[in-house]
Design a protein around this ligand. Structure first.
Ligand SMILES: NC(=O)C1=CN([C@@H]2O[C@H](COP(=O)(O)OP(=O)(O)OC[C@H]3O[C@@H](n4cnc5c(N)ncnc54)[C@H](O)[C@@H]3O)[C@@H](O)[C@H]2O)C=CC1
Ligand SMILES: CC/C=C\C[C@H](O)/C=C/C=C\C=C\C=C\C(=O)[C@@H](O)C/C=C\CCC(=O)O
Length: 256
């Protein structure tokens, strides 16, 4: 899929991995609508991106992925402004085992909400142009992160939801591909002060420190490059791409 003339929506776009995905898509020719709750960071970013790529290539919309109403309004505004949606990156996520219900609401339900609202505009069966959805899960979507059981559960959920949607879309003729990225530890704000985010499992914090020092960390640009691969490679549907400091590979799952 060539990105020139295509419109992408990225959630959690103001910082970290979402910012890098946004810049990668812009660099490759797409228009990008940035959704985030952090208005000040997003506005500063969009100002800079507009100078670099032009005023008509980006749009920031304040949107909390916990709100279906806000997501609906954001996607409608996107279609009104750019004429349609071709790419959705459900990326917004938090790590907070203290507020575990909020973690489920953002990390898993936010992906489902975003996808279902976007489908109304992207699905070829309802007049959309088709396209691709790339969700941000984690290595914790493939195996257990023992200090963060709820984070682990949400990311396993994102992997399962993505793969099932890929099959449903292919079988139904939606014209939309669904893929998921599973990065290891990535150098962003997200990794700052991890011990405070582990709730009743903070006594296991050493385990994470050891994992991070053994595994190393990824740059956001490595992750964004993998998202670009899953967006542009039209052979990829229902794929989970594991990304770690020494490389990346597509995950093999048991067949059903
Ligand atoms: N940093 C890491 O080590 C890894 C992160 N991930 C995942 O990558 C995604 C992005 O993480 P980072 O960029 O590292 O985090 P980050 O904390 O740097 O950025 C997250 C962005 O999401 C936004 N956000 C948070 N809640 C939101 C909501 N309810 N609605 C809309 N926007 C919201 C924040 O304002 C922020 O701009 C998350 O889903 C995370 O689980 C996956 C693997 C590793
Ligand atoms: C406190 C940070 C919380 C979450 C960040 C992230 O979302 C969670 C990551 C969870 C687990 C990461 C494990 C990473 C392991 C490694 O990078 C290496 O040990 C390589 C592992 C596997 C290589 C894959 C292979 O060769 O098949």
């Amino acid at each position: 899929m060539a990105l020139s003339g295509k419109t992408a929506v990225v959630t959690g776009a103001a910082m970290g991995i979402g910012q890098a995905i946004t810049e990668k898509l812009l660099h490759n020719g797409a228009k990008v609508v940035l959704l985030d709750v952090n208005e000040s960071a997003a506005k500063t970013l969009v100002e800079n991106l507009s100078k670099q790529y032009g005023q008509d290539r980006t749009l920031f919309l304040s949107c909390n992925v916990e709100s279906e109403e806000q997501l609906k309004a954001a996607f409608e505004k996107t279609v009104d402004t750019f004429g349609g949606i071709d790419i959705l990156c459900n990326n917004a996520g938090i790590l907070n085992e203290n507020e575990w219900e909020k973690s489920v609401s953002i990390n898993l339900l936010g992906v489902i909400r975003g996808t279902y609202v976007a489908l109304q505009h992207m699905n070829k069966l309802s007049g959309g142009r088709g396209g691709v959805v790339v969700n941000t899960a984690s290595m914790a979507g493939l195996g257990p992160l023992i200090t963060c059981p709820v984070y682990t559960a949400t990311k396993h959920g994102v992997v399962g939801f993505t793969r099932a949607m890929a099959g449903a879309s292919a079988a139904s003729g939606y014209g939309i591909r669904f893929n998921v990225i599973c990065p290891s530890f990535v150098q962003t704000e997200f990794l700052s002060d991890p011990n405070s985010k582990m709730g009743q499992f903070s006594h296991l914090a050493d385990v994470i420190e050891q994992m991070i020092s053994k595994a190393g960390t990824l740059n956001v640009s490595d992750v964004a490059e993998s998202v670009l691969e899953m967006v542009t490679d039209e052979t990829k549907n229902g794929e989970a791409l594991m990304i770690f400091s020494k490389g990346k590979h597509y995950v093999t799952f048991p067949s059903m």
